[in-house]
Design a binder for this molecule. Structure first.
Ligand SMILES: NC(=O)c1ccc[n+]([C@@H]2O[C@H](COP(=O)([O-])OP(=O)(O)OC[C@H]3O[C@@H](n4cnc5c(N)ncnc54)[C@H](OP(=O)(O)O)[C@@H]3O)[C@@H](O)[C@H]2O)c1
Length: 168
């Protein structure tokens, strides 16, 4: 057991990459982790890989009904939340002149709308306004790089919204 014994954690996008590695580490440190992702197969595989103190909840963070389902599951199983890692995100690389409405729509829907409502809908589960909320940003939010404007724009929006949420 470790630094997070008994803590309740949600990791969105916890089925691969940064989210999966973080979920595994939280469990190694004693937490119970709820992980999410859109693809049920990948979710089942990740749950099996993590092995213990893990619950998989399938869902898309840009779908508000899926977020309600996620936090209702946490409420029913654990009653509260200590740590939210709002990590789920995606991106594609298209230079100005080739940007499509579809690219804009899915990137902003998932990275901005999805992360915003993940956090807002989790708030009632934090006891006495204690706990931690962690976002996954990107260097693309501060540096200019060819093809990264839409993705970088979503991460810059998150960085700025977080500054305001801290004061809220
Ligand atoms: N890799 C990098 O170099 C890098 C650098 C800076 C920032 N980031 C950020 O780090 C975060 C994780 O990225 P990663 O590299 O670890 O990516 P990854 O390996 O592709 O993992 C993304 C995770 O998010 C889930 N996901 C994607 N869209 C989702 C949605 N709409 N609703 C719920 N889950 C969703 C994926 O599962 P499903 O596809 O099944 O939904 C998967 O579990 C993202 O926010 C990304 O922008 C990554």
């Amino acid at each position: 057991m470790g630094n997070f014994n008994g803590k309740v954690v949600v990791v969105t996008g916890g089925t691969s990459g940064i989210g999966l590695a973080t979920a595994q580490r939280f469990v190694e440190e004693g937490a119970h982790v709820f992980i999410t992702g859109r693809r049920q197969n990948e979710l089942d595989t990740a749950v099996k890989l993590i092995g213990e103190r893990v619950t998989g909840v399938q869902g898309d963070i840009s779908n508000l009904n899926d977020l309600d389902k996620l936090f209702e599951t946490v409420r029913q199983e654990k009653g509260h939340l200590d740590i939210l890692f709002a990590n789920a995100g995606l991106g594609s690389i298209l230079p100005l002149g080739h940007i499509t409405e579809e690219q804009y729509q899915i990137t902003f829907d998932v990275n901005v709308k999805g992360t915003l409502f993940t956090i807002q809908k989790a708030l009632p589960l934090f006891p006495d306004q204690t706990g931690s909320i962690i976002l996954t940003g990107s260097t693309a939010s501060t540096i200019g790089d060819a093809g990264f404007s839409v993705y970088g724009g979503t991460k810059a929006a998150l960085r700025q919204m977080a500054r305001n949420w801290v004061t809220d």
